[in-house]
Design a protein around this ligand. Structure first.
Ligand code: RB5
Length: 148
């Protein structure tokens, strides 16, 4: 077992959530699933809040948030202290957000047509490592913006 991941979605990403969950489990992660598996509408800020609160309990490597575009749920999560939720569109962006931004959440859109499979974009994030150094200084500055 590799570690724990929290996963949440709204009705805009039901199929994508199932695919991401399966992929994470195949990779050996234990997935705490807080999403919905039906198309009945739920509010993405509620799903973001639930997932971040779960992550804050500790023991999680990262979180995955999904909505129709990935935008609403990532913006919502980024309103909560300590969250750095990235919304990458490509493998390159996903890799860099781990290496430079040390993103602790990653978001995708179930209604977005990505140029690469979401599971591969997710893998690029998972397989990268935070570089520290000057990036740690920038993250400190970024987090100091919270509440301003
Ligand atoms: C829900 O219809 C949709 O607005 C939501 O999934 C997301 O795309 C918002 O950013």
């Amino acid at each position: 077992m590799k570690g724990k991941v929290v996963l949440a979605n709204d009705h805009g990403a039901v199929e994508l959530a199932a695919e991401v969950k399966r992929h994470l489990e195949e990779r050996g992660f234990e997935v705490k699933y807080l999403g919905i598996d039906h198309e009945e509408s739920v509010d993405y800020p509620d799903k973001a809040e639930e997932a971040v609160n779960e992550y804050r309990k500790g023991g999680y490597e990262f979180g995955v948030l999904l909505c129709g575009t990935g935008i609403g749920i990532s913006v919502s999560a980024n309103k909560m202290k300590g969250v750095r939720c990235a919304l990458p569109q490509t493998k390159y962006a996903a890799e860099m957000t781990k290496r430079h931004n040390d993103a602790n959440f990653i978001a995708f859109g179930g209604r977005i047509e990505y140029p690469q499979p979401v599971t591969e974009i997710l893998d690029a994030y998972i397989d990268a490592s935070f570089e520290g150094g000057r990036h740690a200084r920038r993250i400190e500055k970024m987090m100091a913006l919270e509440g301003k």
